[in-house]
Design a protein around this ligand. Sequence first.
Ligand SMILES: Cc1cc2nc3c(=O)[nH]c(=O)nc-3n(C[C@H](O)[C@H](O)[C@H](O)COP(=O)(O)OP(=O)(O)OC[C@H]3O[C@@H](n4cnc5c(N)ncnc54)[C@H](O)[C@@H]3O)c2cc1C
Ligand SMILES: *[C@@H]1O[C@H](CO)[C@@H](O)[C@H](O)[C@H]1NC(C)=O
Ligand SMILES: *[C@@H]1O[C@H](CO)[C@@H](O)[C@H](O)[C@H]1NC(C)=O
Ligand SMILES: *[C@@H]1O[C@H](CO)[C@@H](O)[C@H](O)[C@H]1NC(C)=O
Ligand SMILES: *[C@@H]1O[C@H](CO)[C@@H](O)[C@H](O)[C@H]1NC(C)=O
Ligand SMILES: *[C@@H]1O[C@H](CO)[C@@H](O)[C@H](O)[C@H]1NC(C)=O
Ligand SMILES: *[C@@H]1O[C@H](CO)[C@@H](O)[C@H](O)[C@H]1NC(C)=O
Ligand SMILES: *[C@@H]1O[C@H](CO)[C@@H](O)[C@H](O)[C@H]1NC(C)=O
Ligand SMILES: *[C@@H]1O[C@H](CO)[C@@H](O)[C@H](O)[C@H]1NC(C)=O
Ligand SMILES: *[C@@H]1O[C@H](CO)[C@@H](O)[C@H](O)[C@H]1NC(C)=O
Length: 511
Amino acid sequence: MHVRASYLLSCLVTAVAAEYDSPSSSICDALASALPNSTFAPETTTYNASISSYPFAQSRLHPTCIVRPQAAEDVATAVRLLRKSRGTKFAVKGGGHNANAGFNNIEDGITIDMQSLNRVEHYADVARVGAGALWQNVYDVVGKRGHAVLGGRIGVVGVAGFVTGGGISHFSPERGWACDYVVNFQIVLANGSIVNANATSHPSLFAALKGGQNNFGVITRFDLKTFLHGPVWGGRIVYAPQVDTALATAFTDFKYNQSVHPETYDPYAAGWVTFSYNQTAKAFLNAAVLWYTKPEVKPGALKDLTSLGPQVMNGMATGPVGDSTRNASMAVKASPPNRRTIWATTTFRITPTIVHSIHTLWKSLILDLYKTYPAAGFVPELTFQALPPPPRNSTPPNSLGFSPTSTPEKDLVFLQVVFHHTDGNATTGLTEKLKEFVNLFDGLAEEEGVKSDWIYLNFAAGFQDPLRGYGEEVLKRLRKVSKRYDPEGFFQRQTAGFKLWKGNGTDQHWW
Ligand SMILES: Cc1cc2nc3c(=O)[nH]c(=O)nc-3n(C[C@H](O)[C@H](O)[C@H](O)COP(=O)(O)OP(=O)(O)OC[C@H]3O[C@@H](n4cnc5c(N)ncnc54)[C@H](O)[C@@H]3O)c2cc1C
Ligand SMILES: *[C@@H]1O[C@H](CO)[C@@H](O)[C@H](O)[C@H]1NC(C)=O
Ligand SMILES: *[C@@H]1O[C@H](CO)[C@@H](O)[C@H](O)[C@H]1NC(C)=O
Ligand SMILES: *[C@@H]1O[C@H](CO)[C@@H](O)[C@H](O)[C@H]1NC(C)=O
Ligand SMILES: *[C@@H]1O[C@H](CO)[C@@H](O)[C@H](O)[C@H]1NC(C)=O
Ligand SMILES: *[C@@H]1O[C@H](CO)[C@@H](O)[C@H](O)[C@H]1NC(C)=O
Ligand SMILES: *[C@@H]1O[C@H](CO)[C@@H](O)[C@H](O)[C@H]1NC(C)=O
Ligand SMILES: *[C@@H]1O[C@H](CO)[C@@H](O)[C@H](O)[C@H]1NC(C)=O
Ligand SMILES: *[C@@H]1O[C@H](CO)[C@@H](O)[C@H](O)[C@H]1NC(C)=O
Ligand SMILES: *[C@@H]1O[C@H](CO)[C@@H](O)[C@H](O)[C@H]1NC(C)=O
């Protein structure tokens, strides 16, 4: 049996009888006795259901046990037990839609699956949302009273990861990041206490959670600001294969106009364009997913994108935002069950040429990958989208690193490089390719002098470093909050994700 040295040491120090067991299996025993109705061993129906609830095959890892807390107190109990065993690693799952293996599930450790904490209650203009809720739950509840929230544009995505990484919604061009609509986080800290972090209670923690994701605690409830909102106009448009350069041009015009003529900024125009490839048809697949949140004056700045043709399919429809997110989920649910997805992202300033140069290079690179991985079920995507405006001076800050006077919503664009595949043996090679693609695209942006250091955490690959992308000043602030609320570095050491310290020679941790 493989027993970690640090675990042996802690056994000696605490004079606990040595067990010839892994640290996680003894913690699982302790969890099962403290939370008998919420701890599940491998092979049980609930354990299996938790594993199959991950959307990507690479996330379906097998922990020693799964805890499904039914109340914030259960999370606190789990945290207190986990903290006692420094050798035990754990993962927290919100909606499970982060693509980085190990971030929301773990092999041979403990997974806290928040899915039972999914209650959504709506009072006046605040939705109280359990940290295991999916966005569709939230839209459905607040939609009954004609309200909307800044949430995911596809209903199946989880609230917890989305909000703590920033969160881009249909309404973001007008209203900003989803995390800026959080009025309160209920969170379990490393010492096991349950606190509220909001503008008046633990304000530095409140700011840190908006972009700092899982570095400070396990969030158990999000209180989100809601607002009355009528229907939106939106959906997916698929263009003919030859409409690829023209689509890049239409997206560039849309964004570049706003960058050079800020007064033309249209706060109701949202969405993205995606280039893909259909290997069966041997043709490029060009699509846009767009919304205009004020349908009575549509299409506004989306004009070039929505009128571009020929179109193969046009799903633009007017309806409540929750209908749109439910429709959008269907396409995602239709993807192959054994699909593995890896992704990475980078950000740059929009110019008349940069989207074209990246798109052209991407087209020349992907066909080679089909030759290298002919049987890997490979499907590549290249997506471009806009960023939300930062909170202005009078609103509580987030930790995403944009100054209150900056205008990333007008000047910057980010891209996602996505490699879907079905053969797990291709993942390592494709991840190297993903790195190479990002480096090449960054190189093009550098050549034009338009590369930004900012990296969107919610689409960042495990090998990227979005927290450093927020800038030195923000990183320092986040580290200070970590030292204050987690003085032993529990969330730095025992759970994966984007961490505040690398813990190597150049970037020493403090514990
Ligand atoms: C189909 C799809 C559509 C998407 N659409 C959008 C979009 O419209 N806009 C956008 O901005 N992004 C979008 N994303 C990206 C999305 O924001 C991220 O994938 C995000 O991680 C999803 O949140 P989750 O709760 O499902 O993730 P999870 O994988 O469950 O969690 C992600 C990270 O957050 C941590 N975490 C989870 N729960 C908690 C908690 N309770 N407390 C502390 N830490 C926690 C986890 O440990 C993990 O590291 C989309 C992704 C997919 C796959
Ligand atoms: C577990 O569930 C059983 C049956 O529903 C119940 O009687 C018991 O009180 C629960 N135990 C705990 C610790 O919640
Ligand atoms: C859970 O899944 C495992 C592995 O697929 C299987 O052997 C086991 O029978 C399943 N358990 C139940 C209760 O379905
Ligand atoms: C902020 O936290 C305090 C302390 O728990 C609480 O009394 C207050 O209601 C919270 N504010 C909001 C907006 O939730
Ligand atoms: C961009 O600006 C040009 C020139 O002012 C104009 O012709 C075009 O319609 C604008 N396009 C969009 C999408 O705003
Ligand atoms: C790819 O092309 C094939 C053959 O033309 C078609 O049947 C299939 O629907 C296409 N797939 C997508 C995702 O468009
Ligand atoms: C959702 O899809 C249905 C069925 O295709 C369609 O009738 C409806 O208009 C769509 N609604 C929205 C808001 O997209
Ligand atoms: C890799 O290929 C081997 C042999 O075909 C197979 O048994 C194994 O499951 C594959 N691994 C993954 C991660 O898919
Ligand atoms: C846990 O830490 C918080 C924040 O530092 C503090 O307010 C609280 O009193 C601590 N609780 C316990 C039980 O030590
Ligand atoms: C240590 O971390 C720094 C900062 O991120 C990184 O540049 C360096 O490569 C790391 N060194 C090792 C040995 O991992």
